[in-house]
Write a protein that binds this ligand. Structure first.
Ligand SMILES: [Zn+2]
Length: 251
């Protein structure tokens, strides 16, 4: 009896050591993932590139890092085993997995429904931060919806009308240098009027009336909230650009 005890605690010791090492390894890896993301982010100089990078990857990276950190925590809470039996193994494994999944679910919800508010603020700053002209090094001006049409080609205007795409046109007043940036409405959610989460997206669009050279057209946008399921429709006037008009006339 006295001899059996040290060998068995020794057995747990090596497990405890292994579990602690896996935990620290996982935490290190999770933090590394976030760190690499941040390093990549600060090395992007263009505001628009930064915008796309955050919009595309930030939530995904944080989610992956969270999973790795949670797995680490699951091992850490089981790195202090003193006594063990088949029943206790079952209890430990079961409680660890369920607690891990509950925490993961909470993190997932935070990232999905609360975090976008924080992202949104930063994206707005990035989108409207004055672009610097590569010709003069001076800030350019953002043209209004009416002014920008001259610089957009037919395809871009059609896209803006139908596909919830926004083009921002920046102009260097001194040299006439133009920079055009594309923003997609499908990738970007609005605030839901019902539940107030940043989860309200365009799901479908249909043209009710094609614009003609004499009349404005009409577009119906279907919105749906990814959180509460609230649906809304919005009609938008389709503008006919002078260029589109010209092709419509020749067609
Ligand atoms: Zn909602």
């Amino acid at each position: 009896m006295n001899e059996a005890l040290p060998t068995s605690t020794l057995g747990y010791d090596s497990w405890n050591q292994l579990a602690a090492n896996i935990a620290f390894g996982a935490w290190g890896l999770g933090l590394l993932v976030v760190l690499l993301y941040l390093v990549r982010l600060v090395t992007i100089s263009e505001s628009k590139d930064k915008y796309d990078f955050i919009n595309r990857y930030e939530i995904r990276v944080l989610w992956i890092a969270s999973i790795i950190l949670i797995v680490g925590a699951c091992f850490f809470v089981n790195s202090n085993i003193i006594q063990l039996s088949n029943l206790w193994i079952f209890v430990y494994v079961f409680t660890t997995i369920s607690m891990g999944m509950i925490v993961a679910l909470i993190v997932q919800n935070l990232l999905k429904f609360y975090y976008p508010f924080f992202i949104e603020k930063r994206l707005k700053v990035l989108r409207y931060r004055p672009r610097v002209s590569p010709k003069t090094g001076k800030p350019m001006t953002l043209l209004s919806e009416e002014e920008e049409d001259v610089y957009l080609d037919e395809g871009m205007i059609a896209e803006e009308n139908v596909f919830s795409v926004d083009y921002d046109v920046w102009k260097d007043e001194e040299t006439g240098f133009i920079k055009i940036e594309r923003y997609s409405g499908h990738l970007h959610a609005l605030q839901c009027p019902e539940c107030n989460y940043q989860t309200f997206k365009v799901v479908r669009e249909e043209i009710l009336k094609q614009p003609s050279s004499t009349e404005e057209g009409e577009l119906l946008k279907h919105y749906q909230c990814g959180y509460c399921g609230y649906k809304a429709k919005k009609t938008v006037v389709l503008r006919q650009s002078s260029k589109a008009e010209a092709t419509a006339a020749t067609a």
